[in-house]
Design a protein around this ligand. Sequence first.
Ligand SMILES: NC(=O)C1=CN([C@@H]2O[C@H](COP(=O)(O)OP(=O)(O)OC[C@H]3O[C@@H](n4cnc5c(N)ncnc54)[C@H](O)[C@@H]3O)[C@@H](O)[C@H]2O)C=CC1
Ligand SMILES: O=C(O)[C@@H]1CCC=N1
Length: 273
Amino acid sequence: MVEKERIAFIGAGAMAEAIMEGLIKTKKCNANLITIKNRNNTERVKELHYKYGVMPASTIEEAVTDADIIILAVKPKDAMDAVKGLKPFIRKNQLLISVMAGISTHTLTEWIKNENPLIRAMPNTSAAIGHSATALSAGRFATAEHVEKSLELFETIGTVTLVPEEKLHIVTGLSGSGPAYIYYVAEAMQKAAEELSLSHEEAKTLISQTLLGASLMLKQTSESPIELRKKVTSPGGTTEAGIGKLDQYQVQDAFLACIKKAVKRSEELGSVN
Ligand SMILES: NC(=O)C1=CN([C@@H]2O[C@H](COP(=O)(O)OP(=O)(O)OC[C@H]3O[C@@H](n4cnc5c(N)ncnc54)[C@H](O)[C@@H]3O)[C@@H](O)[C@H]2O)C=CC1
Ligand SMILES: O=C(O)[C@@H]1CCC=N1
């Protein structure tokens, strides 16, 4: 029962906030069972306390002592320090969940030097509104029960896909970073609309609803993206003319290069040691 779990966040940045916001908004977790610890920045911890009612901790020990689940959400470059700082206070049965890009359960286990159950998750910031696309992988000391508990936790903030750990780099470059690619497209559409003299608000409503509708079509129909695109594209019409320009700029190739580069960066982030 995820409702009764006490959760500690180590690192209280953008991703930690999106997860806690989602958990609290969906009413699946009680804010006073969530403890947060952020390095140095006490203002940030206060802000999250006032926004969501989560409990600030002034030390790592205080943050994790009573926790059932510890979520590691610092940047990969800070991971080793954070994990080593955590090590003296971890109890045997506490479930560790890392959302950090790139860093393998093998590396994390090496740093912790114990047999705590460890799960890696790659969510995205749409967790904040319960729409993350999260992928999970289990480390070698995680049992089916730990996987189940993590599934339940992340299912409260979106969909969950179990993948073998070696695929997490791909997931990171695809759906972890993915919202940013879509915002990039939205930015471009917004710029174009305003340059062509729609008002900011007119454009925002039209663009966000167009993206939402297209996303729901992808999710709720059995049609492929190509089939759905064909239905929009009348022969000799506006869409054909517009897509012709995208092809001329090789936008699909650009997306392939973008995702490959992000996957490679995840691999690089994982090679810290
Ligand atoms: N932002 C995103 O969309 C996603 C991020 N992630 C992963 O989540 C992790 C966090 O990313 P963001 O939230 O974007 O970064 P962020 O920079 O917003 O937050 C990280 C926070 O950790 C704190 N911190 C650093 N060292 C610490 C320590 N030793 N103890 C306690 N707190 C410490 C920093 O002060 C900072 O507030 C990264 O590893 C990233 O790969 C994963 C999926 C999506
Ligand atoms: O940009 C990053 O490194 C993190 C991981 C996935 C999304 N944000």
